[in-house]
Write a protein that binds this ligand. Sequence first.
Ligand SMILES: C[S@@+](CC[C@H](N)C(=O)[O-])C[C@H]1O[C@@H](n2cnc3c(N)ncnc32)[C@H](O)[C@@H]1O
Length: 298
Amino acid sequence: MSISWMPQSWTPQATDDGSFTFFSDAFGEAFHSTKGARAEAFEKFVAATDLVRRARGDRLCLLDVCYGLGYNTAAALETIWHLNPACQVEVYGLELDLTVPQAAAQPSILQGWSEPVQTILLALAQTQAYQGPNLMAHLLIGDARQTIQSLAALPVQADAILFDPFSPRRCPQLWTVEFFQQVARCLALGGTLATYSRAASVRTALLQAGLSVGSIPLTPGEALPHEWSQGTVAGFPGTTLPPLTQMEQEHLHTRAAIPYRDPTLCDLPEQILERHAQEQATTALESTSSWRRRWQLH
Ligand SMILES: C[S@@+](CC[C@H](N)C(=O)[O-])C[C@H]1O[C@@H](n2cnc3c(N)ncnc32)[C@H](O)[C@@H]1O
């Protein structure tokens, strides 16, 4: 695995809700859950950042970390304007590979969104910017570890951060304490970051970046026996978040909770994984398998 990537041709793959995803050869992972790419955008990102409540306000700022096909931005805009068409929205998307949003700018993938949102996704893919009566949007192409720093300097203060990199094992550089510190600089007081990851290492990294964390609870009836959460929400201390269960809190005292580190924000993934493995090998923390046994997670 390496940060440089080979251009790939993107073939749309249908997910269970009829929306499409891509598979990345470089990261060895699909962009979305097979259960439904579009559903994931609404359930894990829009709902978890409380956009229905936030849309009552006059203006909102969104930060979409790992823009990809733009589903999270699209689902957020559909939700906000359905409730409050006058809401003025600012969107910043961060994406490494421009060929992804460009490949997603085709009718079969865009068709699930309203016409105004399709126009916005097309403009972002073609010119990386869109300006309209109720939206100013920018797509910053490059390694998010660098582009985030230019946003923090503006400064951008996002009410909702839609945090959607590939998984920590595949893309550790975007789940480190140091990267979350930069992301936290772009979070408004009272704002919420949401991510699909429920990993203890991710939650510890968010805590060490100065944020409080909460859980995205499972949808009743849909959970598998070994699952305990749909993801993580974070905000500055004092933000109301769904609390972690006792089981999740204890997870933060196990080896799995050792966070990834990238002190200069430019290490290779291999270096970050190696540093992490060394720290795990020498820690006195409880083993994660003993935590699993205690909570009967098989
Ligand atoms: C899981 S996909 C995101 C899916 C996306 N949110 C969507 O709705 O389609 C991860 C995305 O992160 C991008 N990516 C990978 N490494 C990155 C980096 N260092 N900086 C910015 N984006 C990166 C990939 O190109 C990919 O588009």
